[in-house]
Design a binder for this molecule. Structure first.
Ligand code: ADP
Ligand code: MG
Length: 252
């Protein structure tokens, strides 16, 4: 078996009095896909944001690749900005609402991180960006601005932009939830192609049929805890917990 590329141990996060993540543990093996499912408010986005360190956990440990961080809840013991930035660069995040830079063309959006953060030459960054735009089916759209594009196209640009940072893990937070139904498939197709290439991914999704097809592991969360985790054949087709059954019954 592969060594896990992500290992999360006893992760905790509260916002004021609200405990949003209560001792979450999860490991993701290299080249596998985890689908994170659960009702709204269960802490799925917070968990992804903690893996990416957009949100700093109160307690627990996160290891991505060789680098591991532990959190004590004390502001004085938080890692410095440089450590956070290095850690963050290992994970590529794709959001529900794309979050593209509106004043930049598609090509500039994809080149920005590699040039400013990875200090790549413009030439190298552009070559890589064009390759990634080809991969997501947007080679012809390199000079467009995001506001001229459909939601599905924007999301494919966002995926190319995240990939340009050469992350070891991709995180998708409801990447298709804001799309018109006819645009969902083009984005899921790109995610599926990445899975086939062996990209390690965590997907927060309500697309249960897609999760069944693409995920190696399905994790069902509710109220800040992992209720049930396992292969899709177990968690989706034969859930052991009443909470999982009731959630799936409502959304399938
Ligand atoms: P999910 O993605 O599963 O819908 P979230 O992780 O977004 O759940 O949210 C879990 C809970 O944490 C919700 O009750 C939400 O209101 C709360 N929450 C999330 N982010 C913040 C924040 N920055 N400040 C305060 N509460 C938050
Ligand atoms: Mg969410």
């Amino acid at each position: 078996m592969n060594a896990p590329v992500i290992e999360i141990r006893n992760l905790r996060k509260s916002f004021a009095d609200l405990a949003v993540l209560k001792n979450i543990s999860l490991s993701v093996e290299r080249g596998t896909v985890v689908a994170l499912i659960g009702p709204s408010g269960s802490g799925k986005s917070t968990l992804l944001r903690c893996v990416n360190l957009l949100t700093v956990p109160d307690g627990g440990e996160i290891r991505v690749g060789e680098q591991s961080l532990s959190f004590s809840g004390k502001a004085t013991e938080l890692p410095g900005d440089k450590v956070l930035a290095g850690f963050r660069a290992r994970t590529g995040m794709v959001f529900q609402h794309f979050n593209l830079f509106p004043h930049m063309t598609v090509l500039q959006n994809v080149m920005e991180g590699p040039v400013t953060v990875l200090k790549k030459s413009k030439r190298e960054a552009e070559a890589k960006a064009r390759e990634l735009l080809t991969k997501v089916g947007l080679a012809e759209r390199a000079d467009m601005f995001p506001d001229k594009m459909s939601g599905g196209q924007k999301q494919r640009v966002a995926i190319a932009r995240a990939l340009a940072m050469e992350p070891s893990v991709m995180l998708f937070d409801e990447a298709t939830s804001a799309l018109d139904p006819e645009l969902v498939a083009e984005v899921l197709g790109v995610i599926q192609a990445l899975a086939r290439e062996g990209m390690t991914m965590i997907l927060v999704t309500h697309e249960i049929a897609f999760a069944r097809e693409v995920a190696d592991q399905v994790v069902f969360m509710r109220d800040g805890v992992v209720v049930e985790a396992g292969p899709p054949a177990q968690v989706i087709d034969n859930p052991q917990q009443e909470a999982t059954r009731s959630f799936l019954g409502r959304i399938l």
